[in-house]
Design a protein around this ligand. Structure first.
Ligand code: IVH
Length: 709
């Protein structure tokens, strides 16, 4: 291992540790120059050489790998699951408002709350409301030690390995940064990067993402950080978590300082409102937008009128921004005043999210297609001339049912107004040319199923027309897609297209047929390789472990969602008892109303559910009744830390605690209620003893749950 091969002027060969230190520092410096200052000093090739040398050095001396080593950016071995970790301070949400007038009301509320303390004009800090995934970064001693999702606000998921792959997130802060520095922000994808990512996905034959937010969230949720590393993620910091050893006076000071320390943001402007607007108009109009922090999009506003003007201006340039936003956030700038105002429920009184109204666009309704769903319901779908709305291209929109089409009087060839609100499926709002001459005749849903041509019926009092042919290929395909889906049997590698082909080729016609599929059958299909086919069979095999609740849900009985399926599995001791359930028994189950009971009885009397359950059993699906399925909240609100070796797998104990309403923490703190300690418990046990936390062994834990031991 020689370090003299490097292009750097390092003089004589060095000890690996020294060279490693030097490389880490050097690469970090170039990262900062490139990502935070946009002032690279070396070419990409030279940079790559440094990283390659570092990787070689670490491969030869694994003991040198550190948390802040740039090698952590390339991703590492997949995790089994994300650990759940408690936030030192809860991550709250913002109160939403939807119009400029609400900004005045917000100002009035703030003044009222401050009473005689209120200054004549309150200074607000205004910035975009980013449409991505909220994230907390924890820097301890200047090193990025943890990144957590928001989770439920109190407990998030530890996605550190994925966040380390984001180049613009520093792995180490300068020495003057506070010893404990928690910052929060949003993980996003720039619109251009999103477009490129989708092109790549398409070229690779992978599913495309509906919008940048989904792509960002989906990338962060990857257990394999190498996938996250391949996605061009970004992050913008906008809020503090716990900070020790440093104090800030205001939000503007905080955000400015974050940028100076190399944390990514959208930049803070100190121009007059007019100068701010004209600069941005020029910058955004010029086609190639500058790097996000160069935009200096955040600024202070004197009083509600300037905040309103900010909202309106940002709304006008929203389309030209390089990333998606869904409003602006207005915060009281002074942190002291923020403290005075405090919180109400789960939101601060000192901030408001002023959202933009849903984005609309006009386009042509080319065709009305009819889809047949899992329950046989016929859904009309608008096929549109593709149009961009709110940063995504829309070419389909659901029309719900015949009544909706009649109410809006939609006809093929019409110009229509469509809208996207948040992540809601696009919808057709109204016709834009109601009096256009030569409008075609009104649309009628077909009287025969477009998939199997059997007669469609619309039961009394229902808005939806249905195909009732249980052998209808469309219904069969959709039922199987539901059966394999993540929350049902969770069979990976069985995509919609493959299911369509398997059904079309006559290899399967019911969910249970999946368990009889053979390798040679899959290989006989076009484009099926041995490796992926075997993977699929393995995934099918794994799903045999599914419990009764999952199977009931997977069978797709109308109105039986996940929660109902869990209640059913809890109420009956096994599948036989479930299959012979009476109306009285069903209605006695909490959360099962008349409508659901009716649907269940009908399903249980029919052939399909009975036949499938027996067939699944015969093919080795366990349908085991999980003791804790659904849970009874026996551990409601209790915070657990688990340590040491226990008789059951960690993951199972965790899900058991969660199923009973308990919470899992990563480390022992004053807030921990119970430490579940197995054999050879170490430092956590000592910490719990020190803090006087209740310590339980396995037997005691079993008693707590009322389980036989
Ligand atoms: S400040 C106490 N600033 O909006 C909450 N949040 O509904 C402090 N968000 O979960 C949050 N852009 O994910 C803040 N500039 C911004 C934001 C922002 C987006 C998100 C954030 C939060 C949600 C609040």
């Amino acid at each position: 291992m020689s370090s003299t091969k490097s292009t750097r002027t390092t003089g004589s060969p060095k000890e690996p540790r020294d060279r490693h230190d030097e490389l880490v520092r050097e690469i970090q410096r170039h990262d900062h120059l490139y990502h935070a200052l946009d002032r690279p000093e070396i070419s990409d090739r030279e940079y790559d050489l440094l990283v390659e040398e570092l990787l070689r050095l670490e491969a030869a001396h694994p003991e040198l790998v550190r948390n802040d080593s740039p090698s952590q950016r390339v991703g590492s071995r997949p995790l089994e699951a994300f650990a759940k970790v408690e936030h030192r301070r809860p991550m709250l949400s913002l109160q939403n408002s939807y119009s400029v007038e609400d900004i005045d009301e917000f100002d009035a509320r703030v003044r009222k709350q401050l009473g005689s303390d209120a200054p004549e004009v309150i200074e607000y800090f205004c910035e975009p409301k980013f449409d991505g995934l909220a994230m907390e970064l924890v820097y301890e001693g200047g090193v990025l030690t943890r990144a957590l999702t928001r989770g439920d606000g109190s407990i998030g998921e530890d996605v550190t390995a994925n966040i380390r792959t984001i180049r613009s997130v520093p792995l180490r802060l300068p020495a003057e940064a506070p010893p404990l520095f928690e910052v929060r922000g949003e993980v996003i994808l720039l619109k251009d990067d999103f477009a490129k990512l989708n092109e790549q996905q398409e070229a690779d034959g992978e599913a495309t993402f509906a919008n940048p937010r989904n792509a960002a969230a989906g990338s962060i949720r990857q257990l394999d950080s190498r996938i996250a590393a391949s996605r061009p993620l970004r992050m913008f910091i906008y809020a503090p978590g716990v900070i020790e050893g440093h104090s800030f006076e205001s939000q503007s000071e905080f955000e400015r300082q974050c940028l100076i320390w190399g944390l990514p943001g959208v930049g803070v402007s100190d121009e007059s409102p007019e100068a701010f607007r004209s600069r941005l108009k020029r910058a955004l109009g010029a086609g190639q937008a500058p790097a996000p922090q160069e935009l200096r999009l955040a600024r202070t506003a004197r009083g509600p009128s300037e905040a309103r003007a900010y909202y309106e201006f940002i709304q006008n340039v929203r389309e030209q921004l390089p990333f998606d936003i869904d409003g602006v956030v207005i915060k009281v700038n002074s942190w002291r005043t923020q403290d005075e105002l405090g919180f109400v429920a789960r939101s601060p009184r000192w901030a408001t999210a002023a959202k933009f109204p849903p984005q609309q666009a006009e386009t042509t309704l080319r065709e009305i297609a009819v889809q047949v769903g899992r329950t046989g319901a016929l859904t009309p779908v608008a096929i549109l001339e593709p149009v961009r709305v709110g940063g995504v291209t829309v070419s389909h929109a659901t029309l719900h049912n015949q009544d909706e089409i009649d109410r809006k009087d939609l006809r093929v060839g019409d110009r229509v107004v469509i809208q996207r609100a948040g992540d809601v499926i696009p919808e057709v709002v109204r016709v834009a040319n109601p009096d256009r001459e030569g409008r075609t005749s009104p649309f009628r849903l077909p009287s025969r199923c477009p998939s199997c041509a059997s007669k469609v019926e619309k039961p009394e009092g229902e808005a939806v027309a249905r195909c009732f042919n249980p052998l209808c290929p469309a219904i069969v395909k959709e039922s199987i897609k539901h059966f394999v889906s993540r929350r049902a049997m969770n069979i990976e590698g069985l995509g919609d297209k493959l299911i369509d082909t398997l059904v079309d080729e006559g290899l399967i016609s019911r969910p249970s047929d999946l368990y009889a599929l053979r390798l040679d059958q899959i290989l006989s299909l076009e484009r099926q390789g041995e490796k992926s086919a075997q993977k699929l069979l393995d995934a099918i095999d794994r799903s045999r472990e599914a419990d009764l609740a999952r199977v009931i849900y997977a069978l797709g009985i109308r109105f039986v969602g996940e929660a109902t399926a869990k209640s059913l599995a809890l109420a009956f001791s096994d599948h036989d008892e479930f299959l012979s359930a009476t109306a009285e028994q069903l209605s006695a189950i909490p959360d099962i109303g008349e409508k659901v009971a009716q649907s269940l009885l009908q399903a249980l009397q029919g052939e399909y559910v009975r036949g499938e359950i027996h067939s699944l059993l015969k093919k080795g699906v366990r349908l085991a009744k999980r003791k804790q399925a659904g849970g009874q909240d026996r551990l409601k609100g209790l915070k657990f830390v688990i340590t040491g070796t226990l008789p059951e797998p960690r993951e199972e104990i965790k899900s058991l605690i969660e199923a009973e309403g308990g919470l899992i923490q990563g480390s022992v703190s004053k807030k921990t209620d119970i430490l579940l300690a197995g054999e050879e418990a170490g430092s956590k046990l000592a910490k719990a003893q020190e803090l006087g936390i209740r310590i339980m062994d396995w037997a005691e834990f079993q008693r707590l749950l009322g389980e036989p031991q």
